[in-house]
Design a protein around this ligand. Sequence first.
Ligand SMILES: NC(=O)C1=CN([C@@H]2O[C@H](COP(=O)(O)OP(=O)(O)OC[C@H]3O[C@@H](n4cnc5c(N)ncnc54)[C@H](OP(=O)(O)O)[C@@H]3O)[C@@H](O)[C@H]2O)C=CC1
Ligand SMILES: O=C[C@H](O)[C@@H](O)[C@@H](O)[C@H](O)C(=O)O
Length: 278
Amino acid sequence: MDASTTVALNDGVETPRLGLGVFQVGPDEAAAAVRTALQAGYRMVDTASVYGNEKGVGRGIAESGVAREDVVVVTKVWNDDQGYDATLRAFDASAAALGLDYVDQYLIHWPRPRLGLYPQTWRALCRLRDEGRVRSIGVSNFEPEHIERLIAETGVAPAVNQVELHPGLHQGRIRAFHADHGIVTQAWSPLGRGQGFLSHRAVAAVAEAHGRTPAQVVLRWHLQLGVVPLPKSVTPERIRGNLDVFGFELDAAEMDLLTDIGDGYRVGPDPSLLFDVS
Ligand SMILES: NC(=O)C1=CN([C@@H]2O[C@H](COP(=O)(O)OP(=O)(O)OC[C@H]3O[C@@H](n4cnc5c(N)ncnc54)[C@H](OP(=O)(O)O)[C@@H]3O)[C@@H](O)[C@H]2O)C=CC1
Ligand SMILES: O=C[C@H](O)[C@@H](O)[C@@H](O)[C@H](O)C(=O)O
């Protein structure tokens, strides 16, 4: 792994500063995208059992020629599999589909507080980590209140929380909470799903000033906020371009231009509206 592009998690494990997402990508296309990404220098891939492409991701890793230990594989337990025993079974199924005997980061995909199962799900993740089948454990779409409950009941803080985050949705409250607890913020839909603000005039102006693409300056904004973005692409030149974001810097005024695009614009479900926070 390239040390200049890694960050230490609160459990001591190093994680890359950017990874490839594969939501809404079929298994064969996922295999090709993962192979292309790893050969281009990516060292992290984000999937989930609900994406239905873990088998393809595993194939892409195997075909890439990159050593297994140099790749950080992230997958997630889906809502229907919450609870202690169901989560252990779901992990076995994910590991088998990926063709891996361990997973680097295993996350709870959504808290689903009405089900009341996420603390038990978390205990199962702690067990998987203790057994060495998972290197780091984390959550996704968790509000600070959900994480506080995990810490109160188990004493174990997540290493990461993966949330929707882009220049249209800054997640200031969640990022401040993460900073207090040493939790790394992973950004899903870091490009706003490729819509809208990639063509915003502020993004275009900053991109032009640097001779970069709109996606590259948006990804740079994430990195300079200390966030780990997980851009998805199945297009080889975009996959390669989205990684080429470590050789330039936005100044404070340019960061502000991107931040000023707005806040509160979501491309995915709002966890705090979908599920009661308890
Ligand atoms: N934990 C969770 O609940 C969630 C997690 N995620 C994770 O986050 C990842 C990223 O989020 P996602 O919703 O996929 O959206 P992204 O913000 O990554 O946007 C992906 C879209 O942007 C396009 N794109 C990628 N690179 C460029 C570029 N350089 N220029 C122009 N367009 C580009 C892609 O097109 P193309 O592929 O055709 O090149 C695709 O249409 C997911 O794949 C998944 O791994 C996502 C949603 C929820
Ligand atoms: O990771 C992907 C996302 O969480 C996705 O699975 C959900 O947003 C789903 O479409 C939903 O509506 O709940």
